[in-house]
Design a protein around this ligand. Structure first.
Ligand code: RUB
Length: 432
C-alpha cells in the first residue's frame, strides 16, 4: 500500500473560493486558481524547456505574487513552485543528471507522458534509472545527483501531486553508507512504488466497480486510468456498460478513452464538450479522475470537470471521482494551494488563426515577433489574449464519492485519510 507518511497534520479547512475570485479579479492573473487557500496564493514559475512556450505567463505571475518587479524576477525562474522556494539545482552534465531523466522530464512536459498516474510511474522509473546509471564516487555525490534528478522531474508540470508524492516517496527510501547501498535501496524503493501504484489502481477499480450497475451509462471527461479501472473491473464482473465520452478539448484526450473503451467492446458515443449537458439525461454516472485532491475534498482535474459536475448535480446525476491516494495533496492540509498549469496558447489558436483574427479586426498586416520559448514567430496584438488553463477545481459539494484503493469517501471526509497517510512533517528533499 502506498503511504507517504510525510506531512504534518494541520488542517486549516475550507476552500476560500471568494479569495480566489478576488485574486483573479484584482490581479488579472489566471494561473493561480487553487484548492485550499490560506491568505496567500502560489506563484507560477517558468518551467523547464517548454513546448511552444507552455506557461507563457510565468514571469508575469511571479512578479505579481512576489511583489518584486526587479529584472532578476523577470528572468525565467526554474522553480517558483508550491513551496515558494527557488530551486538551486543545476541542469546538464555538471549536475550528474543522466540523459534518460532529462528525456523523461521532456516527455512529461510535452505530454508524451500524461495523466497523473502515468507521470508518477515515469518519475519513479526515471529516479531508478538515475540511481542505476549514476557515476557518483561518493555517497554525498550520489544523493546530490538523485536530488537534482528529482528537481528536474518536479519542474515539469505543476498540478498533478502524484509527481512530487512519487519523488518524495522514492527519495525517502534512499538509504545506506555506500554508493552501492544507496543505489540498491533507491532502485528497490522505486520498484516498490511502481508495484504499489499498479496494485492500488486495481484495488480502486474493484471498489469503484460496485457503484456501476449492469446496463449503466457512464459519462467520461479526459482520460483517466483510475476511472477506467472502475469500468474494467465492472466489465470483468460481467456487467454491460455504455459510455458517453467527451472529446476534451483542446488536447482531445477523450479519444484515448474512446479507444480504450472500444478495445473492451464498450459502446461509445463521442460528443463535443459543449454537448455534455444534453447527454446527462442518458447518463447514470459521471466518472472522472483527478490530478490532485485538496484536504477539503476539492477535486482538481482536467479543465471542464467542474462545469460538468455542476451540470450533473443540477440533473441529479452522481459524480464519481476515481483517484488513488497518491492524488491526495498533502500540502493543502497546511493551507497551500494547488497550482493550475497554464499551457501554450497554440493549443487553442494556431499562428495562422491568430493572424486571421488580428488582420480581420484591424484590416492591416499584423506584426510578427519571435517569442522567447519558440523559434516560430507569433503575430502580436496586445488586445488579443488567449488563456489555456489545463485544469480546474471542482468544489466538494458537486462530488458524490471519491473512490480510492482505501475505500470510497464523501469528499468532505477525505481529510481523515489524508491525515492517516501524511501524518508527519514533510519537506521537498530535492530542494536541499
Ligand atoms: C489528465 C487528467 C486525468 C488525471 C487522472 O490530464 O486530467 O483526468 O490525470 O488520470 P493531462 P489518471 O492529460 O493534462 O495530463 O487516472 O490516469 O491518473
Amino acid at each position: 500500500m502506498w503511504k507517504a507518511n510525510d506531512r504534518h497534520e494541520r488542517y486549516l479547512g475550507g476552500v476560500l473560493d471568494s479569495h480566489l475570485e478576488r485574486v483573479r479579479r484584482d490581479t488579472g492573473v489566471h494561473s493561480v486558481l487553487s484548492g485550499l487557500v490560506k491568505g496567500h496564493t502560489n506563484v507560477v514559475g517558468r518551467r523547464r524547456g517548454t513546448e511552444n512556450g507552455v506557461i507563457d505567463q510565468g514571469r508575469e505571475v511571479a512578479a505579481i505574487h512576489t511583489g518584486v518587479d526587479s529584472p532578476d524576477e523577470q528572468k525565467p525562474a526554474r522553480s517558483l513552485f508550491t513551496t515558494g522556494v527557488q530551486s538551486t539545482h543545476m541542469d546538464g552534465p555538471e549536475s550528474g543528471v543522466v540523459p534518460a531523466v532529462e528525456s523523461t522530464a521532456d516527455d512529461i512536459t510535452a505530454m508524451r507522458i500524461r495523466g497523473a498516474a502515468a507521470i508518477a510511474d515515469a518519475a519513479a522509473t526515471a529516479l531508478a534509472t538515475q540511481a542505476e546509471r549514476s557515476t557518483a564516487d561518493s555517497p554525498a555525490a550520489f544523493e546530490q545527483e538523485l536530488r537534482a534528478a528529482a528537481a528536474t522531474l518536479y519542474e515539469t508540470r505543476p498540478t498533478a501531486v502524484s509527481l512530487p508524492n512519487a519523488l518524495r516517496y522514492v527519495l525517502r527510501g534512499m538509504d545506506g553508507d555506500t554508493v552501492a547501498a544507496l543505489r540498491s535501496s533507491t532502485i528497490a524503493r522505486a520498484e516498490r512504488f511502481k508495484r504499489d501504484l499498479a496494485q492500488a489502481q486495481d484495488r480502486l477499480g474493484e471498489i469503484g466497480s460496485h457503484r456501476l450497475q449492469d446496463g449503466d451509462t457512464v459519462l467520461t471527461h479526459c482520460h483517466s486510468t483510475d476511472a477506467l479501472a472502475c469500468v474494467e473491473a465492472a466489465l470483468e464482473a460481467g456487467k454491460d456498460l455504455e459510455a458517453i465520452v467527451k472529446e476534451t478539448r483542446p488536447r482531445k484526450q477523450g479519444h484515448i478513452t474512446a479507444r480504450q473503451l472500444r478495445e473492451w467492446d464498450v459502446p461509445v458515443t463521442l460528443i463535443a464538450d459543449n454537448a455534455a449537458r444534453r447527454y446527462l439525461d442518458r447518463t447514470d454516472h459521471v466518472l472522472v479522475g483527478a490530478d490532485s485532491i485538496a484536504a477539503d475534498g476539492s477535486v482538481i482535474n482536467k479543465i471542464g470537470t467542474s462545469g460538468l459536475a455542476v451540470n450533473a448535480r443540477e440533473r441529479g446525476v452522481p459524480v464519481m471521482v476515481a483517484a488513488q491516494t497518491i492524488k491526495l495533496h498533502p500540502d493543502t492540509m497546511t493551507g497551500h494551494t494547488v497550482e493550475i498549469e497554464m499551457r501554450s496558447e497554440r493549443e487553442l489558436l494556431s499562428d495562422e488563426e491568430r493572424a486571421a483574427i488580428i488582420s480581420g479586426a484591424t484590416g492591416e498586416v499584423a506584426e510578427t515577433e519571435a517569442t522567447e520559448d519558440s523559434d516560430q514567430t507569433q503575430v502580436t496584438d496586445s488586445g488579443l489574449t488567449v488563456e489555456n488553463p489545463a485544469f480546474d477545481v471542482t468544489p466538494p459539494r458537486y462530488v458524490d464519492a471519491i473512490v480510492t484503493e482505501r475505500g470510497q469517501f464523501p469528499p468532505e471526509s477525505i481529510v481523515t485519510l489524508m491525515r492517516e497517510l501524511f501524518g508527519e512533517p514533510t519537506d521537498d528533499p530535492w530542494e536541499s
